[in-house]
Design a protein around this ligand. Sequence first.
Ligand SMILES: Nc1ncnc2c1ncn2[C@@H]1O[C@H](COP(=O)(O)OP(=O)(O)OP(=O)(O)O)[C@@H](O)[C@H]1O
Length: 254
Amino acid sequence: MSGAIVNVRHLARSFGGKRVLDGIDLDVGAGEFVSLIGASGVGKSTLLKIVAGLDQPTSGTLRIHKPGKPAEVRMMFQEDRLLPWRTVLGNVILGTKGHEADGVDILCAIGLGGRENEYPSVLSGGQRQRTALARALLHQPDLLLLDEPFGALDALTRAAMQELLSSLLRESPRTVLLVTHDVEEALLLSDRVIVMRSGKIARSLSLPGPRPRARGDAELARLKEELISSLLHDEGAPAPSNAARLERALQPHD
Ligand SMILES: Nc1ncnc2c1ncn2[C@@H]1O[C@H](COP(=O)(O)OP(=O)(O)OP(=O)(O)O)[C@@H](O)[C@H]1O
């Protein structure tokens, strides 16, 4: 199976006196897709940034490895972070030399063939995120880190992006760590869902069967209710009565 292996041991991160991550132990296997969910502020993005090398732990260790070669790690964020003065292709191959042909190929693969020379300002939100995904995939990362990548998209575009990601991973398996507020997204896409609470891993839930799972699957709906209910409990909110309404409550607010 292709993809990097991630080993996190006793990882802690404090900001000032505040401990945001507290003794995280996490192993992600090659080609495994793991989602991190949890109430706002429990440390999900901090953990992802440390795995990306964008932040350092206060204590503990992180190992990312792949037999035979150094692991390539790429991250994608909720904001597309495209440079408005560069073309679509220019953004995809940013910081590289001689990758034009690869950039064109990956843009074709994600449905943006022929749009190489346009500027980000003329793209829709979904097309901008596709461009950001193409940039992340250009170097065939062994580990893909996704921080709420589809969180700002409308429901239909988000579903299309989830399917695109699934099909790209089917063609080229790689290890993925996804932070999401969308419990259904985590259940559809992942092999395993990690629930974080107060800087710790509260639960690790291995999901049955191959991914992606069918939307509307009865077992998925049951797990979604259960997870949302336990997440709301973390925030001290009342017992759930309606999954959709409760899920909206978990989305970040402006
Ligand atoms: N650079 C920083 N300096 C100080 N505090 C920080 C910093 N980065 C994160 N924090 C704090 O760490 C805590 C966890 O933040 P983090 O972004 O990891 O949470 P999260 O679970 O991803 O939240 P959300 O779901 O709302 O994005 C928060 O209280 C946040 O204010």
